[in-house]
Ligand binder design. Structure first.
Ligand SMILES: Cc1ncc(COP(=O)(O)O)c(C=O)c1O
Length: 324
């Protein structure tokens, strides 16, 4: 699972030092991606290389939340997620290096018996996360007062992080993805789940920039959710590249991920960044962007999800996502 390139970029002792998540100021570089349009300049911001386990937007979303949990002297972080959630894996690891216990409320009570067969849950458990499994119907009511009261009775002094990690502090962290140097770009493109990352990018953008969101799911609700965090209108949600919904994949997307890896030596995750990148390249091919446009796409990480997806692909006897 370790990405060797990451280890080259930042000394390993920084990864291992306690509470580095709060202390370390990270930056990521932009990598040129050659396309078949000579006039278009496409770059990929390698947020995936920030950290092997708390990669991409996970680092950005957790940074100020963990700082707040420590300020409030909370004992643990409690959060929510599905079977292969990048957020669950990242919270488990971030808690473990910041001296906080972690509790994961997981969608699907059948998963309780499946931990050894699930790379994400195994990883989270190995890093100390305690699970509470819920049926899908109970999970839908996870933010009801009754259920939150039940959690308060069961677990002590926890700091609650919403599903997907999005709240005002997460958006604040995501505002740090863009640097002054990135103001040269005309378009910023990013995958969208809950909209927290896109909101941060919108808030940090300049008025001449357009921010394009590529939902990884059927995201009709997203415009309203994003409006809660932003006040400008220089952004747009493009719903055409979700491949049928959350964690839905087909042969075309697997082939795209493997082709992109071969051509650029960059692994995209199957849930988020591959759909975004597929969309960006499709828009370039269909002349969506004007001549000479400078585009910055954000690699928000999520590579831990490849193993889980490959297990599903193997069961279907489909081609696998190639990691090397
Ligand atoms: C790898 C990756 N990219 C993008 C997203 C979407 O981020 P957001 O939920 O902030 O829209 C997620 C989900 O958090 C993710 O795990």
């Amino acid at each position: 699972m370790l990405n060797t390139k990451v280890i080259e970029c930042i000394p390993m002792n920084l990864y291992l030092s306690a509470k580095f998540l709060v202390l370390l100021q990270v930056t990521s570089h932009n990598e040129f991606i050659k396309t078949n349009r000579e006039d278009i300049r496409l770059y990929l911001k390698r947020e995936d290389l920030i950290h092997p386990y708390i990669s991409g937007n996970k680092y950005r979303k957790l940074k100020y939340n963990i700082k707040e949990a420590l300020t409030q002297n909370c004992e643990s972080l409690l959060t929510f997620g599905g079977a292969y959630s990048n957020h669950i894996a990242a919270v488990a690891y971030a808690g473990s290096i910041n001296g906080l216990k972690t509790i994961g409320v997981i969608r699907g009570d059948e998963l309780a018996a499946e931990i050894p067969n699930n790379p994400t849950l195994t990883f989270a458990q190995q890093h100390g996360m305690q699970f509470k499994f819920l049926s899908r119907s109970s999970y839908r009511n996870k933010m009801s007062n009754t259920f939150l009261e039940e959690l308060n009775n069961q677990f002590n002094n926890f700091y609650l992080i919403p599903e997907g990690g999005t709240n005002a502090l997460a958006v604040k962290g995501c505002e740090e993805i863009l640097t002054d140097n990135d103001s040269q770009f005309d378009f910023i493109c990013c995958s969208v789940g809950t909209g927290g990352t896109l909101s941060g990018l919108i808030n940090a953008s300049k008025s001449h920039q357009r921010i394009l969101g590529f939902p990884a799911l059927n995201g009709d609700f997203l415009n309203n959710d994003i409006r809660k965090f932003v006040s400008t209108s220089n952004w747009k949600i493009l719903n055409e590249y979700n491949f049928g919904g959350y964690a839905k994949i087909n042969h075309e997307l697997v082939n795209f991920i493997n082709g992109f890896k071969r051509e650029h030596d960059i692994l995209l995750d199957p849930i988020y960044t591959s759909k975004m990148m597929f969309g960006v390249l499709d828009l370039i091919n269909n002349n969506y962007f004007s001549k000479g446009a400078r585009i910055l796409a954000i690699h928000t990480g999520g590579i831990q999800g490849v193993d889980g997806m490959n297990l599903k692909l193997k069961r279907k006897n489909w081609p696998l996502i190639l990691k090397q």
